[in-house]
Design a protein around this ligand. Structure first.
Ligand code: PRE
Length: 112
């Protein structure tokens, strides 16, 4: 009984942390979308391996465990992978919108 209550307490704490992480992950994703828009304007590539290496090196230096550096790296590889995916999806959506608007303008001109 006590054990079960203990587990529930820890699970409640995990739920709280998960919620904070969810907010932070979405905050991070929003920042990467901002970067993605700047990159689009400047025609820069989405994937910047040197920056990713820098992020892993910094986090590995700051890591106090119990997660191993390899585990931290794996987690952030997933996060950054999703960040790149989001930037690509937004870039593709923006390119589609721009194409559609160019096509619409051409059609309207023809109709005049
Ligand atoms: C980010 C994503 C993709 C890049 O390869 C490097 C880093 C990241 O999620 O941290 C952000 C980003 O686009 C950038 O810093 O250039």
């Amino acid at each position: 009984m006590n054990k079960a209550m203990d587990i529930d307490d820890w699970r409640a704490r995990i739920d709280e942390v998960d919620l904070k992480m969810l907010d932070l992950l979405n905050e991070r994703a929003n920042y990467s979308l901002e970067i993605g828009e700047i990159k689009q304007r400047l025609h820069l590539p989405i994937y910047v391996p040197e920056r990713e290496k820098q992020i892993y090196a910094r986090l590995e230096q700051l890591n106090n465990g119990p997660l191993s550096n390899a585990a931290v790296r794996r987690l952030f590889e997933r996060i950054i992978d999703e960040s790149r995916r989001l930037e690509s999806e937004h870039a593709a959506a923006a390119a589609t919108r721009s194409l559609e608007s160019t096509a619409l303008t051409a059609i309207r001109r023809k109709e005049q």
